[in-house]
Design a protein around this ligand. Structure first.
Ligand code: COA
Length: 339
């Protein structure tokens, strides 16, 4: 048994807000719309196959000179506007991304500087398609723990830079974009417990083809992100429904209490299967942004949230269940009150 040595002084620690909530959401979609026909110029496939097997009709690709930082800053401005806050009130910037093309420095400090949140705590997290939900979990704990006041959480990807456009198994899935939200203090609960975890034994199922060391030392192609589609599909369908259900249970919420279900936009068939497994009643609005936006990894949930709020599909102040899952493999789910 370990005994704690008696301290001469007691440490002073921080305590934060009683609860946290999402104050505002924003999104940025690049201008260029890419059709399935354009994707099929490089792979043996068809518009019909892509629509039927993934639900994707179009996706957006960023311009050649448009960066992860540019898109993140654009989404951040929208989120600030929606929250009615200024950049100087942001104490922390978390950027979830796997496509910022610099190993170091992270994108977050540059984004913070770009938007005017100078000297904010700023760091990136790598949790792929679950990155945004990881960011919300961290932000909630930081606000309630007293290490942050307002946290800007951004999910952003320029997957077009990391996709092999000749790979039949992945070329049609990915898109570019950024979504952001701001988490701040609240007198009432606005973010439920996060149910999260990982299965590193499946790390190879979604991965860059080669490491940077292979690129340096070997005669290898650009290390695009590829995946073992059917295996990922099975995992998402079978393993993620219980995680989403656990997030509901831990928040003390029943499926019929929800106003919206906002899963990661990975594949329309995965979304449909989760809706069925969770027995969501018809009145629960389901995010289907993938049809026009593709799979934007960390950006997909905040982008879908913004679309649902802007279109009136989901109500401001309503209850939404969100779940992210992807490369790692990693996952995170929570119930949130929509801003
Ligand atoms: N166009 C046309 N046909 C294709 C194709 C394409 N792009 N890719 C595969 N096929 C063919 C295969 O050759 C196979 O043909 P066969 O039956 O004659 O052998 C058939 O379609 C089925 O292939 P399969 O790989 O089993 O397809 P699928 O139904 O699993 O769909 C995905 C493929 C990628 C859409 C699907 O596996 C998926 O969405 N996986 C999860 C992806 C995901 O969510 N990734 C991100 C996680 S965050």
């Amino acid at each position: 048994m370990t005994t704690i040595p008696q301290q001469r002084r007691t440490l002073t620690t921080t305590t934060g807000a009683a609860y946290s909530r999402i104050w505002g959401v924003g999104g940025y979609r690049p201008e260029r719309v890419v059709t399935n026909e354009e994707i099929c110029e490089h792979i043996d496939s068809s518009d019909q196959w892509i629509r039927e097997r993934s639900g994707i009709i179009t996706r957006r690709f960023a311009a050649a000179d448009e960066t992860v930082v540019d898109m993140a800053a654009a989404a951040a401005h929208e989120a600030l506007r929606s929250a009615g806050l200024t950049a100087s009130q942001i104490s922390t910037v978390i950027v979830a991304t796997v496509t910022h093309p610099y190993q170091t420095p992270g994108a977050a400090p540059i984004v913070a500087e770009r938007i005017g949140a100078t000297s904010a705590v700023a760091f990136d997290i790598s949790a792929a398609c679950a990155g945004y939900c990881h960011g919300i979990a961290l932000a909630n704990d930081m606000v309630r723990g007293g290490s942050a006041t307002f946290v800007l959480v951004i999910g952003v990807e320029k997957l077009s830079d990391f996709t092999d456009k000749t790979d039949r198994g992945s070329a049609f899935i990915f898109g570019d974009g950024a979504g952001a939200s701001i988490v701040g203090p609240s007198d009432v609960p606005g973010i439920g417990p996060t149910v999260w975890g990982s299965d590193g034994s499946k790390w190879k199922t979604i991965s860059q083809r080669h490491s940077w060391i292979d690129v340096r030392d070997g005669d290898v192609d650009w290390p695009a992100i590829t995946m073992e589609g059917p295996e990922v599909f099975r995992w998402a369908v079978w393993a993620m429904a219980p995680i989403a259900q656990a997030a509901l249970d831990q928040a003390g919420i029943k499926a019929e209490d929800l106003d919206a279900f906002i899963p990661h936009q990975a594949n329309m068939r995965i979304i449909d299967s989760l809706v069925k497994k969770l027995k969501l009643p018809d009145h629960v609005a389901v995010a289907r942004d993938i049809a026009e936006t593709g799979n934007t990894s960390a950006a997909s949930i905040p982008l879908a949230t913004q679309r649902m709020l802007d279109s009136g599909e989901a109500p401001h102040g309503g209850l939404a269940l969100q779940i992210g899952f992807g490369a790692g493999l990693v996952y995170a789910a929570q119930v949130v009150v929509l801003p």
